[in-house]
Design a protein around this ligand. Structure first.
Ligand code: NAD
Length: 491
C-alpha cells in the first residue's frame, strides 16, 4: 500500500520507494529537513533488506526485454521521460530548493533543462552504438556494446536531480535496468523523478528508486553479487567502502569523487574576468565538487586580484534559495555547518589569515559567510582537504613551476581553472595533473566530453562514449575471412 503524499510548498511528493513500477511503503522511515531553516519536510521510507531484494529482482526481471530492444526502440521512452520531467519543471525546482537548498532559479533555468538533455542526448547518442566493425587481413570483428545488466546508481545531496539523470541517461539508453539510491539528506527530487518515469511509461522494473541511509540501504545494494555495475558520485571515504564491497564480487565501479581543484591566475591574466569567475566558486555555498577552491595567484598581481575578487564577493546576495535574486544559499545540514566552520577555525589557529568571512552568516544558522584564507603552507589541512563549503584559500607563486607544484600538490585531481594569456594558460593547464581543466572559463560541460577525476578524485570517466564504455559489456564477434583450418601450431 502506498503512503499519503508529502506536501512541500504546494508540491505533492511520495515518501515511498518506487519498485517494479509501483509505489512501495516501508515500516521504517527517516526524517527529511529543509536546509534553509531545518524545518521538517516529512518522513520518507527507509529501504530494508526486503526492498533491496525486490528492487534487484524487479530490475533483473525487466532486463531481458529492455535489453532486447534496439537503441532506436528505447529512445522514445527516454524522450517521454524527459518530457515528463519538463512538465514538472516548477515542481522539481521548488522541491530541490526546499530539499537540498539548490537555487530555485538555477533549477528552473539550468538543472531541469540539463537533466532532460541527460536523457535525450544519451538516447540519441546510443543510436551509434551498433556493431562497430574492425576489418583485418584475417577476420572481420563486430565489436558490440551489450548492456551490462542491473546498474546501481548512488548520488549525493548537492545536486540530486542533475547527478542522477547524468547516470540514468546513458545506463538506460544502453539497455540496462537501474536502481537509484538517492541521498538521505535530500531524497525528494528522486522520488518525483520516479513519477516522471512512471508517467513516461517506462516498463516496470526498468527504473527503481530505493531510499535510505548509505550505510544500510546503499551498502546492501552495492554488495549484491547480482548487480552488474555501480555508478557512484560522492565522497572518498564512501567510495572506498563501495569499491571494497563491489570489488568482492568483481563488479566494476565508476567513482566520481571530491576535489580540491586549483584556480590559477597567471601574471598575464585578465584579472577582472578571473575575479568574476572566482566569485562563482561560492556558488551552491561552495558545495560543488568541481569548484576551483584553491586560488594560486602570481605574486605580481595578487594584490590587484584580491581587490577585484573582494568587490565581486561584496556584491554576492546570500539568502533564501527560493528567492530569484539569491546567489548563495544554505549549507545542507547542521553537521556540515559545524564541519566547515571547524576547518576555518583550525586553519586560523594554525596561523592562516582571514581576508574575509570566517564565521556563520547573519542570514541564518545554516549559512556560512563566503570566506577566503591566506598565509598558508602547502601541507596545511585547509589546503589539502575538501571543505565542501564557501571557504576558499589563496596562495601566491613566483613562476609557472612553483604554480604547478602547488596545483599538483594535493591528493585530489578532479578539475581546475587557469586564467592567463591564452597560449600561456593552455601550456600551464596541460601540466596540471587533473581530469579536466578550464582555460579562461569555468563550468563548460559538454555531454560528448569525458568527465571524471584522477588520484583521490575518482576512477573512470563518464560522458559521451566513456559512459557507454562503462555501462556496457564490450564483446568482439570474430568472423574469419577464409575458411578456418584447425591447427595446433596456429599462433
Ligand atoms: P557521501 O559519500 O557521504 O554520500 C553519497 C551517497 O553515498 C549518498 O547517497 C549516501 O547515502 C551513499 N552512501 C554512503 N555510504 C554508503 C555505503 N557504505 N554504501 C553505499 N552507499 C553509501 O557524499 P555526500 O556527502 O552526499 O556528497 C558530497 C561529496 O560528493 C563531496 O566529496 C563531493 O565532492 C562529492 N561530489 C562529487 C561529484 C563528482 O562528480 N566528482 C559531484 C558531486 C559531489
Amino acid at each position: 500500500m502506498s503512503s499519503p503524499l508529502l506536501q512541500v510548498q504546494g508540491v505533492d511528493v511520495s515518501p515511498d520507494h518506487y519498485i517494479d513500477g509501483r509505489r512501495v511503503a516501508s515500516a521504517t522511515t527517516f526524517e527529511v529537513f529543509r536546509p534553509i531553516d531545518q524545518q521538517l519536510l516529512g518522513r520518507v521510507c527507509e529501504g530494508e533488506a526486503e526492498h533491496v531484494e525486490s528492487a534487484i529482482q524487479a530490475a533483473r526481471r525487466a532486463f531481458g526485454a529492455w535489453a532486447a530492444l534496439t537503441a532506436a526502440q528505447r529512445q522514445p521512452f527516454l524522450d517521454r521521460f524527459a518530457e515528463e520531467i519538463g512538465k514538472r519543471a516548477d515542481a522539481f525546482s521548488v522541491l530541490e530548493s526546499n530539499d537540498a537548498g539548490v537555487l530555485q532559479s538555477r533549477m528552473r533555468h539550468g538543472v531541469v533543462p540539463r537533466s532532460m538533455l541527460n536523457l535525450t542526448w544519451f538516447a540519441r547518442h546510443a543510436l551509434g552504438l551498433q556493431d562497430r566493425p574492425i576489418e583485418t587481413e584475417q577476420a572481420s570483428h563486430r565489436v558490440r556494446h551489450d548492456p551490462a545488466g542491473v546498474v546501481v546508481i548512488i548520488t549525493p545531496w548537492n545536486s540530486p536531480l542533475l547527478l542522477s539523470t547524468w547516470k540514468l541517461g546513458p545506463a538506460l539508453a544502453a539497455g540496462n535496468t537501474c536502481i537509484l539510491k538517492p541521498p538521505e539528506w535530500a531524497p525528494l527530487t528522486c522520488s518525483l523523478l520516479a513519477d516522471a518515469a512512471h508517467a513516461a511509461g517506462l516498463p516496470p522494473g526498468v527504473f527503481n528508486v530505493v531510499q535510505g541511509a548509505g550505510a544500510s540501504t546503499g551498502a546492501k545494494l552495492v554488495a549484491d553479487p547480482r548487480i552488474a555495475r555501480v555508478s557512484f558520485t560522492g565522497s572518498v571515504p564512501t567510495a572506498r567502502l563501495i569499491a571494497q564491497a563491489a570489488g568482492a564480487n568483481l563488479v566494476p565501479c565508476s567513482l566520481e569523487l571530491g576535489g580540491k581543484s586549483p584556480f590559477i591566475v597567471l601574471a598575464d591574466a585578465d584579472l577582472e574576468g578571473a575575479a568574476a569567475t572566482g566569485a562563482l566558486m561560492y556558488r551552491n555555498a561552495g558545495q560543488v565538487c568541481l569548484a576551483g577552491t584553491r586560488f594560486l595567484v602570481h605574486e605580481a598581481v595578487a594584490e590587484r586580484f584580491v581587490a577585484a575578487l573582494r568587490a565581486q564577493v561584496e556584491r554576492l546576495r546570500v539568502g533564501d534559495p527560493r528567492e530569484p535574486d539569491t546567489e548563495v544559499g544554505p549549507i545542507i545540514h547542521p553537521r556540515q555547518v559545524e564541519r566547515v566552520l571547524g576547518y576555518v577555525q583550525r586553519a586560523v589557529d594554525g596561523g592562516a589569515r582571514l581576508l574575509w568571512g570566517g564565521s556563520g552568516h547573519a542570514f541564518g544558522a545554516q549559512y556560512v559567510q563566503p570566506t577566503l584564507l591566506t598565509n598558508l603552507k602547502q601541507d596545511d589541512e585547509i589546503v589539502q582537504n575538501e571543505v565542501f563549503g564557501p571557504v576558499l584559500t589563496l596562495q601566491t607563486f613566483a613562476d609557472d613551476d612553483e604554480a604547478l607544484q602547488m596545483a599538483n600538490g594535493t591528493d585530489y585531481g578532479l578539475g581546475g581553472v587557469c586564467y592567463g594569456a591564452t597560449e600561456h594558460a593552455i601550456a600551464v593547464a596541460e601540466r596540471v595533473r587533473t581530469g579536466f581543466i578550464w582555460v579562461n572559463s569555468f563550468g563548460i560541460r559538454d555531454l560528448e566530453a569525458p568527465f571524471g577525476g584522477i588520484k583521490r578524485s575518482g576512477i573512470g570517466r563518464e560522458g559521451g562514449d566513456w559512459s557507454f564504455e562503462f555501462f556496457c559489456d564490450v564483446k568482439d564477434v570474430v568472423v574469419p575471412r577464409k575458411p578456418f583450418k584447425a591447427s595446433f601450431s596456429q599462433r
